[in-house]
Design a protein. Structure first.
Length: 136
C-alpha cells in the first residue's frame, strides 16, 4: 500500500477537476464529486492508492474503452459510455485483479462506488449528463 501512495504522489501533481453526473433517464444523481481523469498521467493512476470511493465520488476516465483493477484494494462499479454519454455496458462490484477488455464504441468509463449502479437502476441505454460542479 505504501508503494502505491508514493507512486500516486509522484504521478499526480495537481488536483483533478470535479463534475456532477446525473442519469437523465432514471433522474438519479450518480455523483457530485466525480473527478475527471483526462490526461495520460491521471488515467494511468486511476484509483490506485485510494482506500475506496466516498459517497458522491467517482472517476471519469476519458478517453477510455477498457479498464483493469490490478493493485486495487476495493471493489467498484463501472459504466462504459459512448460519444453521446449513453451507457454501453454497466458492471457492478468489479473486484481487484480484473481486466475488462475494450468495449466497442466506448469513449469514456465512469468508475463509481460499489453497488451504486444497481442501487440507482442505471442500465444499458441510459443517458448521463455531466455538469461542472465545485465543492468549495
Amino acid at each position: 500500500m505504501q508503494v502505491k501512495k508514493i507512486l500516486r504522489g509522484i504521478l499526480m501533481k495537481k488536483k483533478l477537476r470535479s463534475i456532477q453526473v446525473v442519469n437523465e433517464t432514471k433522474e438519479q444523481t450518480l455523483g457530485w464529486r466525480v473527478e475527471v481523469a483526462n490526461s495520460f498521467r491521471a488515467r494511468l493512476m486511476g484509483l490506485l492508492g485510494r482506500a475506496g470511493l466516498p459517497e458522491g465520488g467517482g472517476l471519469l476516465l476519458t478517453p477510455c474503452s477498457s479498464i483493469h483493477s490490478f493493485l486495487m484494494e476495493f471493489a467498484f462499479d463501472a459504466l462504459f459510455l459512448d460519444v453521446d454519454n449513453k451507457v454501453l455496458l454497466a458492471l457492478s462490484e468489479i473486484g481487484p485483479g480484473r481486466i475488462i477488455k475494450p468495449v466497442a464504441g466506448a469513449v469514456q468509463v465512469l468508475e463509481l462506488p460499489a453497488g451504486l449502479v444497481k442501487a440507482s437502476g442505471t442500465d444499458i441505454g441510459d443517458k448521463l449528463i455531466f455538469s461542472n460542479y465545485s465543492c468549495s
